[in-house]
Design a protein around this ligand. Structure first.
Ligand SMILES: C[S@@+](CC[C@H](N)C(=O)[O-])C[C@H]1O[C@@H](n2cnc3c(N)ncnc32)[C@H](O)[C@@H]1O
Length: 245
């Protein structure tokens, strides 16, 4: 897993300003999460805390964020120092996290797509499972591994595209490129098939797995037409997943 978030931390933070992040990504994520009031929550690959802070504001009883990028956690801790929310941030690799608690919810936005082999994916899923209470839920938004490369350019007008330099196969790098305010930056994720994901969730012990297509927030239509969003919805680059322990 090679993406160095220490160097792109600030650009990544800025990419959260793109409209699809709010109107599709966050809307779908929070739809899957449902009511989190009073719940204990572990946010894996929390980055600089973009979602982590929102979970606390939405009433989660306790929130812990984990990321393996020192720079991302430094930015998250700076925000926590400026406006304390009682969030604990830990620098750790999720694959080597061990058990740090027994949470109602483990969440992750774009974590699993950093694994390049099914063994790495299984280690992540086992870590997630181990930190959940029985009956607890894992909720994530992730690269949509069912999107055909033929449609990768269809999302260009939203400030985001994927590209590949070899045919899609297990472990193929997929380059994610963002353009925010005319500034471009890229990083790699890896393709693993939906069957591999299903296998890893089941092998880790999850009882139920649900895949959720991206949803468009009603507010999105106050700014742009349905037609504007249709390519994103027809060729969704991201997907929501919910797993129950
Ligand atoms: C695309 S960013 C998403 C950040 C945040 N979830 C968000 O949506 O704003 C992916 C994050 O995953 C982190 N990451 C990648 N592999 C990781 C691993 N094995 N353990 C912990 N964090 C990891 C990166 O450092 C980066 O902050």
């Amino acid at each position: 897993m090679t993406t160095d978030y220490d160097t792109i931390a600030k650009q990544y933070k800025k990419s959260k300003e793109l409209p699809f992040r709010l109107h599709v990504e966050a809307y779908t994520f929070f739809h899957l999460l449902g009511d989190i009031a009073g719940k204990s929550l572990l946010d894996l690959a929390c980055g600089e805390g973009f979602y982590t802070r929102q979970f606390q504001l939405q009433g989660a009883a306790s929130v812990v964020g984990v990321d393996n990028s020192e720079k991302m956690i430094e930015l998250a801790r700076q925000q926590e120092a400026l406006k304390p929310q009682g969030i604990k941030y830990i620098i750790a690799d999720v694959q080597e996290l061990g058990v740090i608690g027994s949470f109602d919810l483990v969440v992750a936005a774009y974590l699993l797509n950093y694994t390049q082999t099914k063994e790495q994916l299984l280690l992540m899923c086992q870590s997630i499972y181990a930190n959940l209470k029985p009956g607890g839920r894992f909720v994530t938004v992730n690269d949509n591994n069912e999107q055909s490369p033929d449609s990768f350019l269809a999302t260009e007008k939203y400030g985001f595209i994927k590209s590949i330099s070899e045919p899609l196969a297990e472990g193929t790098p997929i380059k994610f490129t963002f353009v925010v305010d005319g500034e471009e930056f890229s990083f790699d994720n890896y393709y693993l098939s939906r069957d591999t994901y299903e296998w890893a969730f089941q092998t880790a012990g999850f009882k139920q797995v649900r895949w959720q297509k991206p949803l468009l927030s009603p507010d999105a239509l106050k700014e742009e037409s349905q037609e504007f969003w249709q390519d994103f919805l027809n060729y969704p680059p991201l997907i929501g997943i919910e797993c129950i322990k």
